[in-house]
Design a protein around this ligand. Structure first.
Ligand code: BES
Ligand code: ZN
Length: 583
């Protein structure tokens, strides 16, 4: 097990990273970051293999200024280039001087037009799962945590934020220097920063929201309940371990709904619906503070440990804040998404296991709702078999046992065997962990609101459905046959104005079914939407619907081409792979 992670060059027989000092200068004109990464290891006197991708390495020096030998390997698919450094005896620290490459996969450089304000450029990072190496050379595996100090130099008109503790800002002429430090050890995928025209509003004693000035008021309104969420989470999972819980609302091209960067959760602006209906995403990212950031998956092969536990925790918070009926609706939508993911993986059923084998597989390609929703259901099955009080005690134990560490599926199973004897057998764990698809006896969400929606089947809902939550609408729309009858599409839109739905979850659920049903207004709406948002959760089903819909395939190709530059590289790659597969 010298190389414990199929997505990293990390060799555990070599020195291990401990601390990073990152001094970085952001150059918007050249679209590059010029930086020095000073890495301290637990020992010196040995060779150490780091991960890098597209980095232009200029020099590696020891603390006394002497040049150190380094060798940058060839570009390997998925992994990137191995950066091999030789630490002399007695030297546990080296400084790497480098520039980021023009296609750094963790970075998105936005033109002013791609922001809400339209005047200033914007830069943000997204390192999960294996993109940190395109910004900093390091051992890019969650098996090895680091603490860090950072100094960002940027145009004085902009703000630089990091997912760390703010130390201070200093203006020097037309440049500003912002300093941060992260004293809790983090896995490298949680390294994160953003630079742009940013403003903040306080939400509570431990939280504020950052966004572009024209967005920040709406953001403050949407997330006003975050302090109550934090208190509810602490009642369930113990004291919040990271000090502050701030939020950053990114420009619309951000490819995810949220990213749990410690102390500074990154969020898509598509959450800003005005009615707080999508705050479960905040509950989700907050939950990662325990499940994911405190206890981290050992490698991407155990990704379900991050996401399954977090969906479970998210819904526990939601139960406190919004009640069990709402949780049942969320779980029902989750189950639909899971079934769809299993269908989409019919050619690669191994990816429907919770414990995956990802040698030679890019984690971005393996991403799906399976670790989220199958993971959630497995934990629900365990909870059912031992009862809630015992399972809650177990959860606390899990978080305590692996605090600030990473964990494999096997290590979790061992802890369950000691703490909850008989539970794995009762829940039929092997079928969940290593089996494909979803076990037939999986827990099923029940609620009266859910039943009312389900019994409609493909009937036109009554006018009272104007009061439905977005989750009821999704259950209904996702359940419609594909293709659905054209008369139903027209009647639905006439009665409920779904093509103008303000909630993006409802809108996308509607557009995907209506596009397949050959409903022209939906195709027109999709054209504008695809140019406005870059969240993959919306791009993928919309493009998939256009590819499958009657006569819309060529539109999917044309629009993917037209909008590609607006999307994050990961999102653009996802869309392209859909188009290739659909060929
Ligand atoms: N950590 C994920 C996002 C992620 C996963 C980024 C894998 C890169 C690689 C985040 O916590 C997440 O799951 N976001 C969801 C939120 C939802 C489940 C509530 C999203 O983006 O939709
Ligand atoms: Zn998550």
């Amino acid at each position: 097990m010298a190389r414990p992670d199929p997505h990293s060059h990390t060799d555990l027989t070599q020195p291990r990273q401990k601390h990073l000092v990152w001094k970085a200068e952001v150059d918007f004109a050249a679209r590059t970051i010029r930086a020095t990464a000073t890495l301290r290891f637990d020992r010196g006197g040995a060779q150490v293999d780091l991960d890098s991708r597209g980095l232009l390495v200029e020099s590696v020096t020891s603390p006394d200024g002497g040049q150190l030998r380094f060798e940058l390997g060839r570009a390997e698919p998925i992994l990137g280039e191995r950066l091999r450094i030789t630490l002399p005896p007695g030297v546990d620290t080296c400084a790497i001087r480098y520039r980021t490459g023009p296609d750094a996969s963790a970075l998105q450089w936005l033109e002013p037009e791609q922001t809400a304000g339209g005047k200033a450029p914007f830069l943000y990072s997204q390192c999960q799962a294996i993109h940190a190496r395109s910004v900093v050379p390091l051992q890019d595996t969650p098996r090895l945590r680091i603490t860090y100090e950072a100094e960002l130099t940027l145009p004085a008109a902009l703000r630089g934020l990091m997912a760390a503790g703010a130390v201070g800002r200093e203006v020097q002429g037309d440049r500003a220097v912002e300093r941060y430090r992260m004293d809790e050890p983090i896995p490298p995928y949680l390294f994160a920063f953003a630079v742009g025209d940013l403003d903040a509003r306080d939400l509570g004693p431990r939280s504020r929201v950052w966004a572009e000035p024209s967005v920040v008021e709406r953001a403050a309104h949407e997330f006003a309940g975050v302090d109550r969420m934090l208190t509810s989470a602490e009642a369930l999972f113990g004291p919040y371990p990271w000090g502050r819980f701030d939020l950053l609302v990114l420009p619309p091209s951000f490819p995810y709904g949220g990213m749990e960067n410690p102390r500074l959760t990154f969020l898509t602006p598509t959450l800003l619906t005005g009615d707080r209906s999508l705050v479960n995403v905040v509950a989700h990212e907050l939950s990662h503070s325990w499940t994911g950031n405190l206890v981290s998956n050992a490698t991407a092969e155990d990704f379900w440990l991050n996401e399954g536990f977090t969906v479970f925790a998210e819904r526990r918070i939601l139960e406190v804040l919004e009640g069990p009926e709402m949780v049942a609706l969320h779980a029902a939508v989750g189950r639909q998404a899971l079934d769809e993911a299993v269908t989409n993986f019919r050619d690669r059923p191994q990816l429907t296991r919770l414990r995956t084998r990802l040698q030679g597989v890019d984690p971005d390609d393996a991403f799906s709702q399976v670790p989220y929703e199958k993971g959630f259901l497995f934990l629900r099955a365990l909870e059912d078999s031992v009862g809630r009080p015992a399972f809650d005690r177990f959860l606390r134990k899990y978080m305590e046992a692996f605090r600030f560490q990473s964990v494999t599926t096997e290590e979790l199973l061992e802890l369950i065997r000691t703490e909850l004897p008989g539970a794995l057998e009762a829940a039929n764990a092997p079928a969940w962990i290593d089996g494909e698809g979803v076990p037939v006896d999986a827990p099923v969400a029940r609620s009266s609101r859910l039943e009312q929606v389900e019994k409609l089947e493909s009937e036109l809902p009554p006018l009272a459905a104007k009061e439905w939550s977005p989750w009821e609408w999704q259950v209904y729309l996702n359940h419609l046959p594909r293709p659905a009858p054209p008369e139903l599409m027209a009647a639905l839109d006439q009665r409920f104005q779904l093509t103008e739905a303000p909630n993006p979850e409802v809108l996308v659920a509607w557009l995907t079914v209506a596009i397949r049903g050959g409903y022209p207004p939906a195709v027109r709406r999709a054209e504008t939407l695809l140019g406005e948002v870059g969240r993959m959760k919306y791009l993928k089903p919309l493009y998939a619907a256009l590819i499958a819909g009657p006569g819309t395939r060529s539109l999917a190709e044309a629009w993917a081409q037209r909008y590609r530059k607006r999307y994050h590289v990961i999102a653009a790659a996802g869309v392209e792979s859909l188009l290739r597969k659909g060929a």
